[in-house]
Design a protein around this ligand. Structure first.
Ligand code: GCU
Length: 617
């Protein structure tokens, strides 16, 4: 009896601790006030389409002779105004300017966009927000001539309230977007991808009641994943001048509903016990409708319930070992030569991913569009997500650290209820030194505080750093890995160094008893170029490199997954070999025309074998 009581108390304490973590996470996430998410599940309308634009080459648009955000027009024939949005040309939003105008292909700098629109209120006495899916890199936002703020980060959403400024007629929204690379940006000065500038994801007008359901978190309690009776826990955040003191949460398909108390800060916790829930996994990506309602607002979402953890050198999904059959992806539609920005773009990419036999994708090297995360939830593809703390970062700069934390908070706020998202990665190929180790340790600890439910990793390098060096033993002991759940590293033996056949003599030592993901390997091939397997850039060279690398990585202790580089060819200014690269990185398994290369089928065959091997476990 005593033991039973002790176990009950222990379980109760665990639930309290877990809920306190979630509650604490709100304090962290509410650093971003006016941060609205889940926009497609709210009353909304897209402001996408044709926007006027003005090129602001010297970045003086907010201060110049007449600031552009004022949208000035001459009052009479003597008035001086030195620009005109009315007479300007247009760009499509969403979409980068590079992909739309030849004269802007190489442009890096500031462009000011204007959208004019009339407003028909759909919700009585509503509050109105503007939500920007992403704009690369720095955005100065204003509405009806009033400057409201700036956002830094090319791949995370931001929003701002315009309730007191919006009119029935002739509103104008002006965004000044600057994609100039700076050493204190995230990423820094050099990347192996195209620096697409502009409003690269959709802009949405959102209406909510005066007191609205601002946010919620919901998850399966990890400890119950294997028990007959599972526990679903979470919390709700209301915002507004007089928010109610209770809210209803329902999961109709499970016959669960509960009225929960909301405290004076607008927070309320809930917990359900159920024996009926089907856990989400790649073979059965089961999603449930969640309904949250108060006397003023209603918010629904589709959520999957799963647990993810590590045990020794294994990754456990719902308590069972899983091998992450992955592929790395850039957030591009290569056939359109632009950033991905629609559900169609997401579908194209994930169809290739599924055809490859993947259950996992690395969304490199920055947060991707929300469509692909939600589609991964539907299709059962697990995700690795990351911020572009990539190559050279200004590690000693406290403002860069604050920026990194803010952007992680933004993407965690957006994706925290997505079952597919299982890993936050904190870096890619960054040289270990005191400043970098301190910076990344801070980032790792911050992410764990605001999202204790997911795993941490980073794409490191082996100790010698040189791809394909001659040593027989490849050591991986990056100090940052002690902060991580999964040790991951990139290795290009056979491409940047050595010959693929040297894979046969290499072995690995991993300094941590943790699962290992090979976050990158691969080589380039021009689709349609055929020769023997020794001829660089041929499909045969790439296919042979894959065979040799896969056999080598199978010997890595704790190998629990891989995300070869990369699903599709992508644009990069670093890749200028005429008639082979022509501005494209050719390590894709699929060309920009959507044609598969031989190596696609090498990886597909390997993944078929891995799937069978793990099905028996
Ligand atoms: C690097 C880097 C990628 C890059 C790739 C390559 O390791 O992480 O962003 O595109 O290797 O060289 O193709």
């Amino acid at each position: 009896m005593i033991n039973l009581l002790k176990m009950k108390i222990k379980n109760y304490m665990k639930t309290i601790f877990f809920l306190l973590c979630l509650l604490f996470s709100y304090k962290q996430l509410y650093a971003q006030d006016n941060f609205i998410t889940n926009v497609n599940n709210r009353t909304h309308q897209s402001l996408g389409g044709k926007w006027k634009y003005i090129i602001d080459q010297y970045s003086t648009g907010s201060i110049g002779f007449s600031p552009l955000y004022e949208n000035k027009k001459p009052a009479d024939k003597t008035d001086r105004v030195e620009y005109s949005f009315d007479q300007a040309q247009s760009l499509w939003v969403p979409g980068s300017w590079n992909a739309q105008k030849d004269e802007l292909y190489y442009y890096e700098g500031s462009v000011w966009y204007r959208k004019t629109f009339d407003f028909q209120r759909k919700l009585k006495n509503s509050r109105v927000f503007i939500y920007v899916g992403a704009a690369n890199y720095k955005t100065d936002y204003s509405f009806n001539g009033k400057r409201l703020g700036t956002h830094e980060g090319g791949f995370t959403p931001f929003s701002f309230e315009v309730t007191d400024l919006i009119k029935d007629k002739d509103n104008f929204l002006i965004l000044g977007v600057n994609n100039r690379r700076e050493k204190e940006n995230i990423p820094g000065m050099v990347t192996d991808w195209y620096n697409y500038g502009g409003i690269t994801r959709d802009v949405t007008l959102v209406e909510v009641p005066q007191n609205y359901i601002d946010d919620f978190t919901i998850a399966l309690k990890k400890e119950t994943a294997l028990s007959k009776e599972k526990e679903i826990v979470g919390s709700i955040q209301l915002t507004g001048p007089k928010h109610p003191t209770e809210a209803m949460i329902e999961i109709p398909e499970l016959g669960l509903s509960k009225m929960i108390h909301i405290n004076k800060e607008g927070k309320g916790n809930f917990s359900f016990k159920t024996r009926k829930v089907e856990l989400w996994d790649p073979e059965n990506p089961k999603l449930y409708t969640i309904n949250i309602s108060t006397d003023e607002d209603h918010l629904s979402d589709q959520v999957g319930f799963r647990s993810i953890e590590t045990k020794g050198t294994q990754i456990l999904l719902n308590g069972k070992p899983i091998f992450l059959r992955g592929i790395s992806i850039h957030d591009e539609n290569p056939t359109r030569e632009d950033r991905a920005n629609s559900m169609d773009d997401a579908r194209l990419t994930l169809e290739w991913t599924k055809e490859l036999g993947c259950n996992f994708a690395r969304l490199a090297h920055y947060p991707h569009q929300e469509n692909i995360v939600r589609l991964a939830d539907e299709l059962g593809i697990l995700l690795w997500e990351e911020l572009p703390l990539y190559w050279g970062i200004d590690w000693k700069n406290e403002e860069v650290l604050a920026n990194a934390k803010r952007q992680y908070a933004e993407i965690i706020r957006r994706d925290k209820n997505r079952a597919a998202s299982i890993i936050w990665s904190i870096a890619n190929e960054t040289q270990p030194d005191e400043a970098r180790n301190h910076f990344l340790t801070e980032v790792a600890q911050y992410i764990r505080k605001i999202d204790p439910t997911r795993l941490l990793s980073a794409a490191c390098k082996k100790d010698s750093w040189h791809d394909g060096d001659k040593s027989k033993w490849y050591m991986v002991s990056d100090p940052i890995a002690k902060e991580l759940d999964i040790v991951s590293f990139n290795e290009y033996l056979g491409w940047y160094g050595g010959d693929p056949i040297e894979c046969r003599e290499k072995n690995f030592k991993i300094a941590y008893e943790k699962p290992v993901i090979i976050s990158e390997f691969g080589g380039g091939a021009l689709q349609g170029f055929h020769a023997d397997s020794k001829t660089r850039w041929s499909e045969e060279y790439q296919a042979n490199l894959y065979k040799e690398n896969i056999d080598m990585f199978e010997r890595v202790p704790g190998l629990s997954g891989m995300t070869p580089w990369i699903l599709a060819d992508f644009q990069s200014p670093l890749r200028q070999l005429p008639n082979v690269q022509d501005g494209w990185n050719r390590k894709g398994l699929v060309s920009e025309k959507g044609r598969k290369k031989q190596a696609f089928y090498v990886l597909q065959e390997y993944y078929e074998s891995k799937k069978k091997q793990y099905a028996k476990k």
